[in-house]
Design a protein around this ligand. Structure first.
Ligand SMILES: Nc1nc2c(c(=O)[nH]1)N[C@H]1C(S)=C(S)[C@@H](COP(=O)(O)O)O[C@H]1N2
Ligand SMILES: [Mo]
Length: 188
């Protein structure tokens, strides 16, 4: 019956806040940028102003946290990865992406998962601007993987040839994190 809820997950109506470290607060958005670098034809820094001018779409999805809560029927406003990259060319050797967040937090995923048309950079959740706790000003959302891959306070997108563990992955979380296969932890 409950085909929307992956194994081992429980639906919550709330929106729990989970992260490592401090919530960043911004008082001067002219200092914010989003850096795209690594295996690309040209590295870029997208300013806050340019980012906010990109065309946005609405996305409906369910999110699944590795700590076993799922939140169904989220409505987001955001920018597709394709739109963010624009005419930038990804080197064909790039097979993985490292997402870099504020304070050096990172998470890794395959390029093809990052480029899916269901993956996007969010600025609103259920009609409201993201709160600082949930990733203001911009967070990644990759709904088909466990929610830790959805970096809050996104500041960098790095294209890489080989897979490398991000913050939680170095601490025993799964390198891929498919909720439907319960790829939660990968301790040796
Ligand atoms: N920058 C950053 N992004 C992060 C994290 C983090 O510690 N730092 N934690 C991840 C984890 S483990 C989860 S479950 C989700 C939680 O997002 P929420 O607080 O909006 O529910 O954010 C993910 N993104
Ligand atoms: Mo998490």
């Amino acid at each position: 019956m409950q085909t929307r809820v992956p194994p081992g997950q429980t639906v919550t109506d709330g929106f729990p806040v989970l992260h490592y470290g401090q919530v960043p607060y911004y008082n001067d958005m002219s200092k914010w940028n989003l850096r795209v670098f690594g295996l690309v034809n040209e590295e870029r820094e997208i300013s806050y102003k340019s980012f906010m001018e990109l065309p946005r779409q609405t996305f409906d999805n369910d999110i699944h946290c590795v700590t076993t809560w799922s939140k169904l029927g989220n409505v987001w406003e955001g920018v597709t990865v394709r739109e963010v990259l624009g005419d930038l060319v990804i080197d064909p050797r790039a097979r993985y992406v490292m997402l870099h967040a504020e304070h050096g937090w990172t998470t890794n995923l395959p390029v093809e998962d990052f480029l899916r048309d269901t993956s996007f950079l969010a600025i609103k959740h259920n009609g409201e601007r993201l709160t600082p706790e949930h990733g203001y000003p911009v967070r990644m959302v990759v709904p088909h993987l466990y929610f830790w891959k959805s970096a809050k306070w996104l500041r960098g997108i790095e294209f890489m040839a080989d897979d490398k563990p991000g913050f939680w992955e170095r601490n025993g979380y799964h390198m891929y994190g498919n909720p439907w296969e319960e790829q939660r932890y990968d301790f040796d």
